[in-house]
Design a protein around this ligand. Sequence first.
Ligand code: 1HE
Length: 261
Amino acid sequence: MTTTRITDELSLEIRGAVALIRLTRPAKRNAINDSLVLGLRDVFENLGSEVKAAVIEGEGDHFCAGLDLSELSERDAVGGMHHSRMWHKALDAVQFGPVPVVSALHGAVVGGGLELASATHIRVADESTFYALPEGSRGIFVGGGGSVRVPRLVGVARMTDMMLTGRVYNAQDGERAGFAQYLVPAGQALAKAMELAEKIAQNAPTTNFALTHVLPRIADQTADHGLMTEALMAAIAQSAPEAKERVKAFLEGRANKVRKD
Ligand code: 1HE
């Protein structure tokens, strides 16, 4: 296990085939300043080929308090647009990077913290988690991809309500609404996220690519175009030697069966 400090606010630990990326700014509730957002982009653009899956977590009592509001006041409109585009690049690097990403959530997952979580592919929340978009009450708007990604998780109506009224979702309601796919007891999000990431790391790389890069594009296409993209991806996936070997293993009784828990 090696831990590398990426910036003052971010560290990277390699645990076998899983990269564990940690927000390390607990005194400021892991609020995301420019250094942190650029660090996130750099980490995901430079993961080594030994890494097959990643986990993001936050140090301290909260996953992330969103944008560092202390950096907001100096920007004019043009500066604001470039700042938002910088977040877009960084969170695109998370969503469309080389590996599937699991976020381990606890405490506040708010504002830009929710935007970061929604750029990951699987969200595991513990019972202390809460979700909010306080941008509405601060007189601002989301700028880190939230208007694109959050409605895809929970719908436009819920996001509108959260921003207009300041509504906060607790962990249980948040899971039901679709913010997280997994809900675990307090303190267990990281362990569950690592378990899932280790499993994901064993998938065929073509499958992981199809799910992280192709599926979201298909979801944005018309049905007719989506079905064509699906056919192309299906043909590429099934023609890979690894797919043939995995199917053969099942037919010969050497692979796992599907079992309910
Ligand atoms: C911060 C930030 C921040 C905390 N920027 N400094 N996000 C928000 O509007 C959420 C603002 N934060 C909160 O509501 C609360 O801090 C929490 C619920 C997350 C945590 O509460 P608590 O009681 O544990 O901590 P605290 O005492 O409020 O904060 C501890 C310190 O962190 C304090 O600084 P200190 O120097 O007085 O110790 C806070 O000022 C600091 N801090 N959150 C800067 N966000 C790409 S666009 C995205 C747009 C957004 O994300 S807007 C939403 C911003």
